[in-house]
Design a protein around this ligand. Structure first.
Ligand SMILES: Cc1ncc(COP(=O)(O)O)c(C=O)c1O
Length: 359
């Protein structure tokens, strides 16, 4: 059976050994006569999976005891709403940095329910970069400062996280576990699972414990982080299948050498692709060099007609899902953790040949 080279932005490629393990476990999980999806989330068997998924994340990201690790539903989009609901006192202002389409969505949600100060907006450069330190000022008394650390559509990354007076909140959906980070720099980190963690519909939240207490009484019980933290994300029936897959994905990553080893591989993959893009005027990369994502590589060709041809011919050659997001067009290669170096090699070979024929 041939696996395609899958460059999808999400849901994205999962490691083949993870899928094979899931397949082997599917009908009869460890002699239980049923799949993990079919058993109680309160039972011993599932609980072991649940706790080891959390332990794996704690180990991989070096998460201290002063943080809770939560598995929530509703994807990262639900977090756009839950963050302001939980961390902002009535009437309190919140600061956002606007670096692209996903920041915009987060800002839109935060505007419901209170004042938002967009303290930096990348509109002038058509969202091709992130601010440098000192280019913006935090609002005194803001509840938090929100960033999207990797804009999946524009392919723009925050290379170094800003120091902030207010707790720093980051949407890391499209880059979690791809490079070494210091969790202690953040009040809260969230990520939809469908890129580097597992299947869609699950969101990971890492929250500093003192922030759990901020939630106003007016927030419904289900939407309080505190509710889920108190029950180890078992307040209601969690997405057990997705958490099981996350456990397998994190096992796989630990076997590979953890985040430092993964980062090295990711940087090499991205460097190869950007080197090809920079070698000729035929390709045009949107972000400035210092803010180029190593997860989502976005670029344009000289015409939309050539872009359509590129996507079509690549697909026929087994290089899947290279069409840029519908809002910006062009080409996008998402080269997440599970995208093997061979996929990037095959893409680069295809690009060189395409350029020869069409350049
Ligand atoms: C950076 C970022 N934030 C948020 C989301 C929304 O995630 P979800 O569809 O899981 O709600 C995405 C989805 O691709 C994303 O890339």
């Amino acid at each position: 059976m041939a696996r395609a080279f899958n460059f999808s932005a999400g849901p994205a490629a999962l490691p083949t050994p993870v899928l094979e393990q899931a397949q082997a476990d599917l009908v009869d999980y460890q002699g239980q006569g049923m799949s993990i999806m079919e058993m109680s989330h309160r039972g011993k068997t599932y609980d072991a999976v649940h706790q080891s998924a959390i332990a794996n994340l704690r180990r991989l990201l070096n998460i201290g005891d002063d943080y809770d690790v939560l598995f929530l539903q509703g994807g990262a989009s639900c977090q756009f709403a839950m963050v302001p609901m939980n961390l902002r006192a009535p009437g309190q202002v919140v600061d956002y940095i606007h670096t692209g389409a996903w920041s915009a969505k987060a800002i839109k949600e935060a505007r419901i329910g209170g004042p938002v100060n967009v303290i930096w907006d990348g509109k002038d450069g058509n969202y091709n970069r992130v601010p440098k330190p000192g280019e913006y000022q935090e609002t005194p008394g803001a509840a938090y400062l929100h960033i999207c650390s990797n804009e999946t559509i524009g392919g723009v990354v925050v290379p170094e996280f800003p120091a902030s007076a207010a707790p720093l909140v980051a949407d890391m959906s499209s880059e979690i576990l791809s490079r070494v980070i210091d969790v202690n720099q953040f009040g809260l980190i969230y990520a939809g699972a469908q890129k580097n963690l597992g299947p869609s519909g699950l969101a990971l939240v890492i929250i500093r414990r003192d922030l759990l207490e901020r939630v106003p009484d007016s927030v419904n019980i289900f939407f309080r982080y505190k509710t889920h933290a108190a029950e180890s994300s078992l307040y209601n029936t969690p997405n057990t299948w997705a958490i099981y897959l996350l456990k397998l994905v994190t096992d796989w990553l630990m076997n590979l050498g953890g985040v430092p080893a993964m980062e090295k591989i990711n940087r090499a993959k991205a460097a190869k692709l950007y080197a090809t893009l920079d070698a000729s005027e035929f390709w045009r990369v949107h972000p400035v060099p210092e803010n180029r994502s190593i997860m989502n590589v976005s670029w344009r060709l000289p015409s939309e007609e050539l872009e359509a041809r590129f996507v079509k011919e690549a697909d026929a050659a087994g290089l899947k899902a290279l069409k840029g997001h519908r809002s910006v067009g062009g080409i996008r290669a998402s080269i997440y953790n599970a995208c093997p170096p061979e996929a990037v090699d095959a893409l680069v070979d295809f690009m060189k040949d395409f350029e020869k024929r069409n350049g």
